[in-house]
Design a protein around this ligand. Structure first.
Ligand code: SF4
Length: 505
């Protein structure tokens, strides 16, 4: 879809308008320059910036029909140039969204929001002291978010504050993410650092050497600086794709290196791929008191698993779930994906029926996202996926099913190029929510990423500002540079937590 924009001179509008166009059409192009005769539609804007900013948008598609919309907002006194542009951007986006909605008949329930973490907006308003009603009204007016989504956001925020009452006061501690970049095979939709493990023992050995080093260095810093760990999350890849002995040594390293391990509130290991789970590995998890694991079916349809490159059977998922349960794992998460190739409401209904037989403590419902670097996106024509209406129907099914079975939504995030422009929602039985998932979504605490492809997010304990830092994604570069990356992270930690004083001896 090509859209030609007239009446907006500032090129800073291009990106936000393109992102909004992508909510309606795949791979939209928004052009600001010369008139484009090839464009599918032209949108003329008129912007009046006085005491009130008023934006009028007129959309003329190729067939010559005319669609109009307008939006306005009172301008507060004394705005800086940056604040004035931000305000214009919001009002222009609202007029733009509405004129596209009028044209296509598609209503965007998230309004002009294209970001990943909608609930953060609500948290911010509440933290600043807004009454619930006012906060909801502002979200609706500022971003055109639907009542349905505002209600969902509120339920989630309530749940998060119930399980983490100190969510807004976690900034002096940290959480840890440990990334193990290996999997039995690579799934077609995956863009995580995940290398097929077979035949790579050399690479695994050197990677683990680097990871142990990082754990020791960061553990040492945390101990010296008296910083507590709130949660640890082992992800990847699949952290259970290494051997039981390697897992055992890794958890032992964590216990020896990190401070006050007994008081860490939650430790999760993504045992995601059922084909990596063995009784020996479950024994190791139990030995080190791992509270929470994930065993991810994604779907209970065998052909789907084959089509997406997961070389395990549906039976194996069920069998491994029972094995873990039988060995005492009592907080198991399962991930499902809506909209996998060849799947519609019928298949999803089957997946929910199978889920009912297991009743994991938490269920994360993802909507398929075409991530740019995945095999699925590169060969899109090979994968037939459901349309927007059916995807929405499946999402509704998940909502109803979880409600009927006493799960509550406790975190949500959105992605770009997500089917139907919906969201991923984590559901759990009350009290079994993953604290790490809440912390990472709401960006209320520093998360130190260790290992391959691990991203760190440093939150300034005073200002709340965020610094991102990523470790290399492939094991080879990681092995070449883990010493340097660990040192850089320690430098950032010092600059944030030891402001104005030398790091203690
Ligand atoms: S199991 Fe997870 S990390 Fe591994 S390839 Fe599949 S989606 Fe990627």
């Amino acid at each position: 879809m090509r859209i030609h924009i007239k009446g907006l001179a500032d090129e800073r509008f291009q990106r936000p308008l393109e992102l909004i166009a992508n909510l309606f059409f795949e791979e939209s192009k928004v052009n600001f320059g010369e008139t484009e005769p090839e464009a599918d539609a032209r949108i003329d804007f008129e912007v009046y910036f006085e005491e009130t900013i008023l934006v009028k948008a007129v959309l003329i598609p190729q067939d010559g029909k005319i669609f109009t919309a307008e939006a306005n907002k009172k301008v507060p006194a004394g705005l800086s140039e940056k604040e004035a542009f931000k305000l214009s951007k919001t009002v222009v986006s609202r007029a733009y969204l509405q004129v596209l909605q009028n044209w296509t008949g598609i209503i965007q329930k998230w309004g002009i929001l294209t970001g990943v973490r909608p609930t953060k907006l609500l948290h911010k308003k509440l933290r600043e002291g807004a009454e619930l009603e006012t906060a909801h009204k502002e979200l609706k007016e500022q971003y055109l978010i639907s009542d349905e989504k505002i209600k969902l956001m509120q339920r989630i925020v309530d749940r998060q504050l119930a399980v983490l009452p100190d969510l807004y006061h976690l900034k002096n501690g940290v959480s840890i993410y440990i990334g193990i970049p290996f999997c039995p095979t690579k799934c077609a939709y995956c863009t995580f650092p995940a290398y097929a493990i077979n035949g790579r023992q050399g690479s695994v050995d050197s990677f683990l050497g680097g990871l142990h080093y990082e754990i020791r260095q960061i553990g040492d810093w945390l101990k010296k600086n008296n910083r507590k760990i709130t949660t640890i999350y082992y992800g990847g890849g699949t952290p259970t794709s290494i051997t039981a002995e390697e897992m055992d040594m890794l958890y032992e390293e964590v216990h020896q290196s990190f401070p006050d391990v007994e008081n860490i509130r939650e430790v999760t290991v993504e045992a995601g791929r059922p084909d990596t789970i063995t009784p020996e590995k479950l024994e190791v998890l139990k030995k080190w008191n791992i509270d929470r694991i994930s065993i991810n079916p994604q779907s209970y349809i065998q052909e789907t698993l084959k089509a997406i490159g997961r070389h395990h059977t549906v039976e194996e998922t069920i069998e491994k779930f029972h094995l873990a349960r039988g060995m005492g794992m009592n907080n198991i998460n399962m991930d499902l994906i809506i909209g996998l190739p060849g799947e519609g409401t019928k298949e999803f209904d089957h997946t929910l029926a199978e889920t009912k037989k297991l009743m994991p403590e938490s269920l994360t419902v993802h909507t398929l996202s075409f991530k740019r670097a995945s095999e699925m996106t590169r060969n899109k024509q090979k994968y037939k996926v459901a349309d927007r209406i059916e995807i929405e129907e499946m999402m509704k099914m998940a909502e109803t099913w979880t409600k009927e079975h006493d799960y509550v939504p406790y975190y949500l995030y959105r992605q770009k190029n997500i089917l139907g422009n919906l969201e991923n929602v984590g559901y759990a039985f009350p009290g079994q929510e993953s604290l790490y998932n809440i912390i990472i979504m709401e960006e209320q605490q520093t998360i130190i990423g260790l290992g391959c492809g691990a991203s760190s997010k440093f939150i300034d304990p005073e200002t709340g500002s965020i610094t991102q830092f990523s470790n290399p994604k492939d094991p080879k570069s990681y092995n070449d540079s883990f010493v340097e990356y660990a040192a850089k992270k320690i430098g950032i930690l010092d600059s944030l937590f030891n402001k104005g004083k030398n790091a203690p001896e």
